[in-house]
Design a protein around this ligand. Structure first.
Ligand SMILES: Nc1ncnc2c1ncn2[C@@H]1O[C@H](COP(=O)(O)OP(=O)(O)O)[C@@H](O)[C@H]1O
Ligand SMILES: [Mg+2]
Length: 340
């Protein structure tokens, strides 16, 4: 790709130093996101998806600490130049201008988005006024437009409601309205539909897709659901135990996966044709405890193709396995190595 990414995460490491030991939640993660692209980040629970996203916004809670790596964001007015988010003071004005302004988050816990004691309108307006030079009346108009853009009927009335007066679906729409009100270039949606029922989930996914297309936003879409990834993402990053196992265009990941982990993950999807009597194949072995991450490739204890003396010893680099497709696996050692 000749175009430059708007976000480039490079060899990011985020550790939690606890009394019991060190949790290496994110342990060398790299991926890029381009303008107007939806990048799906998929992986089992606990693999470091949320911590990676919190690092992009510099909201990792203590004792979590960014140990190494860079999170580069292209400048809005000069896309050839980058700001390194990891180098910013997490309480400083640089990151505050980016957080909620250029990069917005739909958090994994929907209750975390709004306070119950203020109206959604007041909270959205406050966010708008933080990032643009408008007065209260103008902010209210922008807020009402955002509520309308996310498909809320009677936005002039709903703007004065409290979250507890809204259904789960409407609350989720209000959260999305808050996220898009400042016209972010990048939206991070961290499992945005896990807390809602399937019908509403389909509507919210549709809404996100429409907003993404209308505004040519980039989205980092985090989920543990491969079906949702297939529906939403153009590019997919597959994570396991704090590492990227494989990344590539959505078709390649689903139809031509190269990493044994991706292959195992895809086999574990329940297929509509299968009767319930057929036992679903699951990846054998359980995810190791984060304190005891295995040496070498973190997947080797569960991998049917692991090579003793190799996969249990060193971390493989990322090898080119297709067009824009990379796998961190010794099976492809003879291939070209991915270098930036
Ligand atoms: N505040 C914290 N304190 C200690 N460990 C944490 C904290 N937040 C996350 N972790 C650990 O980091 C790892 C990755 O977590 P997370 O990014 O939330 O996973 P997920 O992929 O499900 O979003 C997990 O092992 C989790 O236990
Ligand atoms: Mg998470």
């Amino acid at each position: 790709m000749t175009e430059k990414p708007i976000l480039s995460v490079r060899d990011l490491k985020v550790y939690f130093h606890l009394d019991e030991g060190t949790v290496k939640s994110v342990d060398g993660v790299s991926f890029d996101a381009y303008k107007g692209q939806v990048v799906g980040i998929v992986g089992e629970s606990g693999c470091g998806k949320s911590v990676t996203m919190k690092s992009v916004l510099r909201i990792v809670e203590p004792p979590g600490k960014i140990m190494e790596g860079q999170v580069l964001l292209s400048k809005r007015d000069n896309p050839d130049e980058y700001l390194d988010i990891t180098a910013m003071n997490e309480k400083g004005k640089d990151i505050r201008a980016i957080r909620g302004g250029e990069i917005a988050l739909i958090p994994q816990e929907p209750m975390a988005a709004f306070s119950p004691i203020h109206t959604i309108g007041n909270q959205i307006m406050e966010a708008i006024m933080l990032h643009s030079d408008v007065n209260k009346k103008e902010a209210r108009e922008i807020c009402i437009r955002a509520l309308s853009a996310v498909g809320m009927s009677m936005p002039e009335k709903r703007v004065d409601s409290y979250t507890w007066q809204l259904s789960g679906g409407l609350r989720q729409r209000a959260i999305i309205a808050m996220a898009i009100a400042s016209n972010p270039r990048l939206l991070i949606a961290d499992e945005p539909t896990t807390a809602i029922d399937v019908t509403t989930q389909a509507q919210i996914l549709r809404l996100l897709k429409d907003l993404q297309q209308e505004r040519n936003m980039s989205i980092l879409f985090i989920t543990h659901d491969l079906g949702v990834i297939a529906q939403m993402a153009q590019y997919v990053v597959v994570m396991y135990l704090g590492r990227v196992m494989e990344k590539g265009p959505v078709d390649a990941i689903f139809h031509n996966p190269k990493h044994p982990y991706t292959q195992a993950l895809l086999q574990s999807i329940p297929s509509a044709q299968k009767t319930t009597k057929v036992k679903l194949p699951t990846i054998s072995g359980s995810i190791p405890h984060p304190f005891n991450k295995p040496k070498g490739c973190p997947f080797h204890p569960r991998c049917t193709r692991a090579v003793n003396g190799k996969c249990n010893r060193d971390l493989p680099s990322e090898f080119v396995v297709g067009d824009q497709q990379f796998a961190s696996c010794y099976l492809y050692e003879g291939n070209e190595e991915f270098v930036r």
